[in-house]
Design a protein. Structure first.
Length: 365
């Protein structure tokens, strides 16, 4: 039985990954070895086919014993451990949620409903590093896979509405702290007129007492139109990733331009995106709808009607599921080749853990 080392299994993406292994009965297919720095040597949780002791995530010797390592530990871990392991001659398969190695020439960004061939070819030709894509990129490709597969997209703009979860567990909790703070303030002003309550709350949101150690700024009742660091083009790094990662996943000969503004909003766990798509040619809306619908089995096509949109095309409907609803699909008044669409996906599932899980299974098989 193949040995799979799992690093970062207690973090947010790691926990979702462990959950998916359990739900799908994957633990039958390999022997798990849990790695951790803080828990090394302790008894491992009682999980089917799992080594009884937690191993040391910094021990090259123990890591080298693995056939596969799947890590959700973050970029610093990858940068510290991966080169040492490879230099020590480890030839196993490294599957990673962090972005550190995504754009390496010898690494494949994995999203098998879109690039299964690329992954299979990579596995067969000796590629050893398989990296999960950025969450918004993976979710965008999942939603629009039917149009990408058909080669219909000339360029597109994606405006994102990214949940607090994308910034990490502490940020998720901070959003809730911010909401609680606001709710307490509302309780203190319960019977005042709306604009007076607003004034009180606004003053508190902008005061130093407002909880914002992680985001640095108020997110609740506001939004933050910048995610990650700045790159030379004036884009944020999150915006820069859209084009480079999507084109790498799709293996395009000619780059499909993709750009937009990435915005953090007060959703807890799902990332949403609004697309403006320039089609290469005029295609009737029925054909477009059926291409989107049939893109992959997780797409849920949402009719462009108010009721269905508000009940099915929301983070509230999607959180904790693998659904990828796509809706607001219509030709734009800009011209017949301009398409509007809106899509949502769970940032921790298809946006992070699920492509890694599926790659591991492909590699084992
Ligand atoms: N960079 C993403 C975010 C996390 O900040 O939402 C998922 O890759």
């Amino acid at each position: 039985m193949k040995k799979v080392g799992i690093v970062g299994w207690r973090g947010m993406v790691g926990s979702v990954l462990m959950d998916r292994f359990k739900i799908e009965g994957d633990h039958k297919k390999f022997k798990s070895y849990l790695f951790s720095t803080s828990l090394k040597g302790e008894k491992a949780p009682d999980i089917e086919n799992t080594h009884e002791t937690v191993l040391d995530s910094e021990s090259l010797e123990e890591l080298s014993e693995m056939d596969f390592i799947i890590t959700c530990q973050g970029g610093d871990y990858t940068k510290a451990i991966h080169p040492k392991l490879r230099n020590a001659g480890w030839k196993g398969i490294w599957i990673d949620a962090a972005s550190a190695k995504r754009m390496d020439e010898e690494a494949i960004i994995v999203l098998d409903p879109l690039n299964r061939d690329q992954i299979e070819k990579g596995l067969n030709s000796g590629i050893k590093d398989f990296i999960g894509g950025n969450c918004t990129v993976s979710l965008m490709l999942m939603g629009l896979s039917g149009l990408f597969k058909e080669g219909l997209i000339e360029w597109m703009s994606s405006m994102t509405y990214q949940a607090a979860s994308g910034a990490g567990a502490k940020n998720m909790l901070e959003l809730l702290d911010q909401m609680q703070f606001i709710s307490n303030e509302y309780d203190n002003n319960k019977n005042a007129a709306a604009l007076l309550v607003e004034k009180e709350i606004q003053a508190k949101i902008n005061s130093s007492a407002f909880p914002q150690n992680n985001f640095g700024y108020p997110l609740a009742l506001s939004l933050l139109p910048w995610i990650d660091t700045k790159v030379e083009s004036g884009q944020s790094r999150e915006e820069w990733k859209a084009q480079v990662e999507a084109n790498k996943i799709l293996g395009t000969d000619k780059t499909i331009p993709i750009d937009g503004t990435c915005v953090r909003v007060g959703a807890l766990r799902c990332h949403s995106q609004a697309f403006t798509i320039k089609l290469k040619k005029s295609v009737d809306i029925e054909t477009i709808e059926s291409l989107i619908r049939e893109g992959n089995e997780w797409v849920e096509f949402v009719e462009n009607e108010k009721e269905t949109t508000l009940s099915k095309l929301t983070p509230a409907h999607v959180s904790g599921t693998l659904k990828i609803p796509v809706g607001r699909v219509r030709k734009m008044t800009l011209g017949d080749q301009f398409l509007n669409a809106f899509s949502i996906g769970d940032q921790l599932l298809w946006g992070a853990a699920e492509p890694l899980r599926r790659t591991l299974l492909m590699a084992i098989e």
